[in-house]
Design a protein. Sequence first.
Length: 227
Amino acid sequence: MPKKDILIVEDEKDLVELIQYNLEKEGFKVVHAYDGEGGLQIARSRHPSIVLLDLMLPRLDGLEVCRRLKQDPKTADIPIIILSVKDSEADIVAGLELGVDDYVTKPFSPRILISRVRAVLRRSERDARPKKHIKIDGLVVDTSRHEVSLDGKNIPLTITEFKLLHYLAERPGRVFTRDQLMGGVMGEDSVVIDRTIDVHVASLRKKLGRYAQYIVTVRGLGYKFKD
């Protein structure tokens, strides 16, 4: 199996060396850049399996690097993990809104970072495979028939509830803000009021019964489907 390419975009050279040492020890292939412009160029030319991206970078800050990668169809599918000393709710939400896959605050343990890298890579590989059925224990989402069943019994869902469940269940473990869910489920041009997604989640949970636990509220951020 070929080694996974990991791009580190970080201006602290000692930290780059520490991360690179630990990732290579685990069998990954590592390239790095010490500024945003360099990281953007490498990501476009090499298309790495994942990008570890600092926010406070010279020449081009991390959020702008992320924005440009996600807006380019050639690089939009590259998973991104942000590494940052910024740990406020607003900073994390800003990253998630741009489509990053995880957010790790500094300082962090190399072992924790590697486990997060592996988790994001697993999710990315799952997302790349087309699914007609999503099955979690007795919960089955049939995308071809637009049906959901619990322990063999079909349950009636509205179109929005079905789209919401499918959107989350197809991407287990990933946190989505309310705005992201509204865009992904209801469309970017939908006219909605604040907390609309919360209403749909509450209704969906009620219909899912004991499987409601799979839709997890991430306080201050949004929702995710239990991995």
